[in-house]
Each structure stands twice: as structure tokens, then as C-alpha cells.
Ligand binder design. Sequence first.
Ligand SMILES: Nc1ncnc2c1ncn2[C@@H]1O[C@H](COP(=O)(O)OP(=O)(O)O)[C@@H](O)[C@H]1O
Ligand SMILES: [Mg+2]
Length: 323
Amino acid sequence: MDHDDRSARGIVRDVSDVDRDPGLNPPSEPGAADVPGQVPAVSLGQGHSSVPVVANHDVVDDEIDDPVFVTEKLSVSYGGAPAVLDVSLRVPQKQITAFIGPSGCGKSTIIRCFNRMNDLIPMAHVEGMVRYHGVDLYGGDIDSVQVRKRIGMVFQKPNPFPKSIYDNIAFGPKVLGMKGSMEQIVEQALRRASLWDDVKDRLDDNAFGMSGGQQQRLCIARALATNPDVLLMDEPCSALDPISTGRIEDLMHELKETVSIVIVTHNMQQAARVSDRTAFFIVDMGSSEEARIGRLVEYGPTDRIFTNPHDIRTEEYVSGKFG
Ligand SMILES: Nc1ncnc2c1ncn2[C@@H]1O[C@H](COP(=O)(O)OP(=O)(O)O)[C@@H](O)[C@H]1O
Ligand SMILES: [Mg+2]
């Protein structure tokens, strides 16, 4: 492996750790997946070289060197029914990538593939390839605890734990046995989420007393506390007012200096404002209602997708003609 092994180091489990796999235990509550259990001893497995990725679908964005994620013909079905088919794309590092498209086109399904959240849905079946810094994320020797430490996730509805502000942030670092002063870890995560000044005098208060926007920034801080390399955000602002939304968008701009961000948004203006690249998905209407299948239509630099889309369906969507 070349450069990419630094970021991917640790997600490949030593074969001897397979039996004590703490990562396969689903989190006890939604959104707890980024607050994993104990850390197994890890080492780089064999056979995880960065295989050159062959573009096998015309929407692959080949302009991106050194992607954080590469998907190849990624398909997900639920209970045997295909939900989204043949998604091939490259997600750049230290940029913001937006997934847009009408409800049900598979945006959440695809973003969940990036930290193996679909593992927690028994009906879900994932096919195709997802590489994270060149490593097959679905390889048999991947430690999903480490995956979710490095690839944090924030959901539509803020979901703080019913604990103090401090304990919300400290929980993940504690179970991971992160070294250093916990006070500093908590302060740094809250500062990175632009929340420190709001809460520094009430760290012991219950997180449920915060406003919705603050709770969402707390969830971002909680994800940042384990020092992730990627932040996945599934409609992170759709439960928030415009001012709180603006603060999260400002925060995303700051965070992309240090983390790669993928955001699902149903709000096209938001995608246009915050993202560097946009992927547009549709629901392909089959012959029957049951045959609705999500597909990636077009992917590229956000300004081009919005001003000069190559596909008529993208043009119709971004100009508000459907969706
Ligand atoms: N947990 C699930 N179980 C069964 N079907 C699901 C599940 N999650 C999503 N789906 C189905 O997969 C398709 C894509 O859904 P989703 O990824 O949520 O789309 P989007 O986020 O774009 O609205 C839909 O048809 C949806 O009903
Ligand atoms: Mg969704």
C-alpha cells in the first residue's frame, strides 16, 4: 500500500481478532454506531494493496485522484428487492460531496455503505465494491469498530445520549481508550464543532436541554471526538431552522480542512451552497410500484451539475421541474 495506508491503517483486523469482533455488535440505540466498543489489537492484513480502480460506469468521476472512497457497481437490496443499483463514484478527500435526488432514490442507503451501517439492518444486502483509501471496506477482515471510529456519522434528527454534554463527547473516546486528557479531548471536539463557547459553563447539564441546532452540533462534536477522517451527514439540517442550518453549513466549511464530508440533502440550495461535488440520483420507475430502483444519474463538480448538467434528468431536477 502507498500513502493511503496511513488513513486506512487499523481498519483491517488481525485474523486472530475475528472471534472477539466487538464491532459486529449493533449499537444499542440509533446513531450510537460512532461510539463503538473496545478496540481490538489491529494490524494491516495481507492482500490489501491499492488495486487500480477500473472505471466501469460512465458516471465515475475520473478527475479525482486520491479519493477517500471509491465505489464500483455498488448495489443494495432489502429483503431481496433491489433499492439502488450500480453506483460507481469516487469521493474526494477534504472536500464536501453532496448526494441529491428525490425521496427513495437510495441516498441514505448509499451513504450508509460508507461506514457499514447497513450491517445493522438485517434485511440489507450489499453487492459491489467500496474502497476506503484503497482498502476493501467489506473485506472479511475489516474491523467495523475501527471503521466507525474513522468514519463518523450524523443523522437527520439530533440524537444525543440522555447524558451530560460532557459525557456525550467523552463516551466514545473512553470506550476506545483514547490517550490524553479527557478534558482536553472534550474541549477540542466542542471547539471544532463551534459549540465550546455556548456550553463551556454547563458541561454537566443534560444534553436534552440544548436547542435543536446545538444538539446537532453536539452530535457532530461527538463524532469528531474520536478523530475521524470522514464525516457522513444524512440530511443533518432538515430538522433545523434556517439560522441553525447556516451555522452547520459554516461549520462544514471549516471542517473540510481536516475531514472529508459526504452529505445527503433534499435541499438543492444547500447542496449548491456547501458542496464541491454533487451526485444526482433518481428513482427509476419500473413497470410496477415495487420495481422502483435508485440509480446514480450524474456526478461532477457542483457548479457544473447546477449550471451545465449533461443529463436531461439532472437538468429537470435542478431546475425544479420534478422531484
Ligand atoms: N431499512 C430498510 N428496510 C427496507 N427498505 C428500505 C430500508 N431503508 C430504505 N429502504 C428502501 O430503499 C429505497 C431507498 O431508500 P433510501 O435510501 O432511504 O432513499 P433516500 O434516502 O434517497 O430517500 C426505498 O425504496 C426504501 O423504501
Ligand atoms: Mg434518506
